[in-house]
Design a protein around this ligand. Structure first.
Ligand code: GDP
Ligand code: MG
Length: 437
């Protein structure tokens, strides 16, 4: 005899699997390079739970991508024992996204930036909109706001504790007893329970807490950047697996690929950078050749102040770029930057004798996209260059390094950075993180 509760659980499970599968399927059709029979399964027929998260509002796009890897791996480890689905936090209003004519840069779904089916080949994921549909009301059961320990810490030890909020939290209880907060700008969304949680812990430490100390069907971890990779950092297979699943969305890759072909004589066949489903893709260093251009990421804006010592003047950046162009016997330079228009013109003047390309001027169509999308296209084009020079400790640059590791470039062509004017000419170069399968 099947009990009423078991029936309910089964129904919920079947509904979720169906929603998830049809959702993933519709994306498969848009993203034809994906294997259609490689859909995620949900494991045993237990009632599925949802993990939601958000990040400190001040953090940029590329650190957020790193936080995604932590949460995705937490969900992966949870799924070894219970079925959990990761709810993708909508994108919006990032500090750097200042393009004024694009006021619609809120509640942006992940499918706009990433190939959601590729993410789903790592862990079960759904968009926030689909989560709302699946649960049928704008409700989240439990919110935990990760914070530091009030007393600070003297020695490293792993711990998490429910504590009083150290700073005034961005959540308030309304007269109905519902917790109101940011929730990605969805004003109707509320939480039933809210707690501040002091944490000094690796991502894996949250697993027993989520399984034993919470009962909510949906649990939201805010300020998830406080969760640390621990043993699942850059040197681990787990980190790289999560990273490899973060394939950019096809519609953005297509625009960038068109730019590569039309302006930079670059295409996957000649460059030896053809994509496969990430789970089947395994390249060796040196397999990729790259297009006939040098790409640079020249970070300006806030880095001019926060990393003044390591940011080169435009004069020096041009000088270094020319050294690479000569060494690799190339004529074309692709410039990815957040510099302003005057700087761009100035830089171009100094590059006389070479062809300088950047998306804003040479591909006006690209400016129709969100700032996050143009950033991705810039990263994609940098990832396919014969050789790349990046900016010191920029996560924008780091994500390009990783993309090139995935594509199989010789590390000599990837892990280069500009030195600041007062640094030695052979300043310390970026750590060569090696991809692990
Ligand atoms: N299109 C474009 N945007 C950039 C570039 N460099 C920085 N940005 C913008 O500035 C943001 C930088 O913030 P973040 O992603 O946190 O990287 P980080 O601050 O360099 O570590 C990016 O997300 C972009 O919106 C670039 O080369 N091209
Ligand atoms: Mg940043």
């Amino acid at each position: 005899m099947v009990s009423c509760r078991a029936m309910h659980i089964l129904t919920v499970y079947v509904t979720v699997v169906f929603t998830l599968t049809s959702f993933v399927r519709s994306h498969n059709e848009e993203n034809l390079y994906q294997a259609k029979d490689n859909l995620p399964t949900m494991g045993p027929a237990k009632s599925v739970r949802y993990l939601l998260y958000d990040v400190n509002p001040g953090e940029g796009f590329n650190l957020r991508r790193d936080v995604y890897m932590r949460v995705a791996n937490l969900v992966k480890f949870l799924n070894e024992d219970e079925p959990w689905i990761l709810v993708l936090p909508p994108w919006g209003r990032l500090y750097h996204w200042q393009t004024t004519h694009l006021s619609a840069q809120t509640k942006v779904q992940w499918k706009y930036f990433f190939d959601v089916n590729s993410l789903a080949l790592h862990v079960p994921v759904i968009e926030f909109e689909d989560y709302l549909k699946a649960v049928g009301k704008p409700e989240i059961d439990e919110v935990y706001y990760l914070q530091r320990y009030k007393e600070g810490w003297t020695k490293w030890e792993e711990k998490i504790d429910i504590r009083e909020c150290v700073d005034p939290p961005r959540y308030q209880k309304d007269s109905d007893g519902k917790w109101r907060g940011q929730f990605f700008g969805y004003e109707e969304v509320y939480a039933k329970k809210f707690e501040c949680m002091s944490s000094q812990a690796y991502l894996l430490t949250f697993k027993p807490f989520l399984m034993k100390n919470t009962t909510g069907r949906s649990v939201f971890l805010d300020r998830a950047e406080n969760m640390i990779h621990g043993q699942y950092s850059e040197w681990s297979r787990e980190w790289w697996t999560a990273r490899r699943s973060m394939v950019f969305s096809k519609h953005l890759r297509d625009v960038a690929d068109k730019f590569r072909q039309e302006k930079l004589d670059s295409n996957d066949k000649d460059d030896k950078t053809e994509l496969e489903v990430w789970t089947q893709m395994k390249r060796k260093h040196g397999d990729a050749k790259g297009g006939p251009y040098v790409a640079i990421h020249l970070r300006r804006k806030d880095y001019l102040y926060s990393h003044a010592k390591e940011v080169p003047s435009l004069e020096n950046a041009a000088k270094i770029a020319k050294t690479f162009l000569k060494k690799y016997k190339l004529k074309k330079l692709f410039l990815a930057t957040d510099a302003n228009g005057d700087d761009l013109t100035h830089f171009e003047k100094m590059m006389k004798g070479y062809e300088v390309y950047y998306h804003k001027v040479f591909y006006p169509e690209m400016t129709e996209y969100f700032d996050g999308a143009t950033a991705i296209m810039d990263q994609w084009i940098c990832a396919h260059a014969r050789v790349f020079i990046g900016s010191h400790v920029s996560t924008f640059t780091f994500r390009i390094h990783e993309e090139r590791e995935i594509l199989g470039f010789d590390q000599e062509t990837t892990f280069n950075r500009f030195c600041g004017d007062d640094e030695p000419k052979d300043c310390e170069q970026p750590t060569k993180w090696k991809i692990i399968y």
